[in-house]
Ligand binder design. Structure first.
Ligand code: CO
Ligand code: ZN
Length: 353
């Protein structure tokens, strides 16, 4: 593996091993800030918690976004025996959640817990076939009663994240929170490399997973000439994935979104597509085109801001999105950095009239 991919792996580890569900992005925001400092002229945090990084330039302004929140849970109930009940923050498939090890972000620091379940030994035949819903699951933090829980600094409203560290699998990596810390990694690397005379706003947004909230307010305040959301695209190249009839594969380069959520999210304009395809060609990277029925990105909120902001999406293909075992190919991450950097470089020529 070459040095660039090694550096990328280290950055991905740092970002994805950090924690922060929607609305609780403090830890990950500090990690990102430390990585970006020195590569931009100004960094500020807005009222909703977005991290806004500015590279000064002329009056043509472009906005890059990658959301820093991850899917997780909030504690909603603590019972007398010391077990916790949780509510999902972001989209989870319940079968993914069962028996995961989790981190509870308590008032006295991190506490580990497990999402327990009845072992097969104790199950009746009909129980084995049933999917358990998240509302029926519980977190065991080793407490013996409610008082114990309190002593550990845990209370209703504490955030819960998955406990899973990034590891390498050949040219690929696996871990949690790839959606969208991989996008954040791309944005950071792009800021380090890109050369442009225009002004660049790079925004690590909050609360994307619960309604594109950070993108909405930051786009309103920055009102850029053009915007690009960097995210992950659910890949379909695994057994059974092909039934989705979406052509996004690992190792084939970044995906450019034509339309998402069957057009209810973003329908990229011809100009946006011309911009991103040209960037891909000039950067000499393979790219894929994506039309999906589900899922949207920050661009959905941004493009409807004020009188309309031309917006696009470039994504790193990722398998098993919204699970603790997401997988991306480091070569795709690197290729996405190249495409996005080139897009930033040529944006002014394409969009300035
Ligand atoms: Co997501
Ligand atoms: Zn995302």
């Amino acid at each position: 593996m070459n040095r660039e991919l090694d550096d990328m792996f280290e950055l991905i580890k740092k970002l994805c091993n950090s924690h922060g569900i929607s609305g609780y992005e403090d830890e990950i925001r500090d990690v990102i800030k430390a990585e970006i400092e020195g590569f931009v002229d100004e960094i500020r945090v807005d009222k909703l918690g977005n991290l806004i990084c500015i590279k000064n330039g002329n009056d043509f302004t472009q906005m890059l976004t990658a959301h820093m929140d991850e899917v997780g849970f909030l504690i909603k109930h603590i019972d007398d025996k010391g077990f916790l009940r949780i509510t999902p923050i972001g989209g989870w498939f319940s079968q993914t959640v069962l028996n995961q090890r989790v981190v509870i972000h308590g008032n006295k620091g991190k506490v580990y817990g497990v999402i327990g379940s009845k072992p097969p030994h104790l199950m009746r035949d009909e129980e084995r076939k049933k999917v358990i819903e998240i509302k029926d699951m519980f977190v065991d933090i080793g407490a013996e009663n409610k008082d114990d829980v309190k002593k550990m600094g845990i209370e209703i409203g504490n955030a819960v994240t998955i406990d899973r560290e990034v590891v390498k699998m050949g040219n690929r990596v696996t871990g949690k929170a790839f959606d969208d810390r991989i996008g954040v990694a791309v944005m950071i690397e792009c800021l380090k490399k890109v050369e442009t005379s225009s002004t660049v706003y790079a925004v690590a947004t909050v609360q994307e997973e619960v309604g594109l909230k950070g993108a909405r307010v930051s786009a309103f305040s920055l009102n850029p000439d053009v915007a690009l959301a960097i995210d992950v695209a659910p890949a379909t190249d695994f057994p059974g994935g092909e039934t989705a009839n979406v052509e996004v594969k690992l190792g084939k380069g970044p995906a450019i979104t034509i339309a998402d959520a069957s057009g209810r999210g973003l329908i990229a304009s011809k100009k946006i597509l011309e911009w991103l395809k040209t960037a891909g060609e000039k950067a000499e990277v393979d790219f894929q085109l994506e039309v999906t029925e589900g899922g949207t990105t920050d661009a959905t909120a941004i493009h409807l801001t004020k009188e309309g902001i031309p917006s696009g999406v470039v994504s790193v293909p990722a398998r098993y999105v919204h699970t603790p075992v997401e997988v991306v190919d480091l070569r795709d991450v690197e290729a996405t950095v190249k495409l996005v950097s080139k897009a930033v470089e040529i944006a002014e020529d394409i969009f300035k009239f």
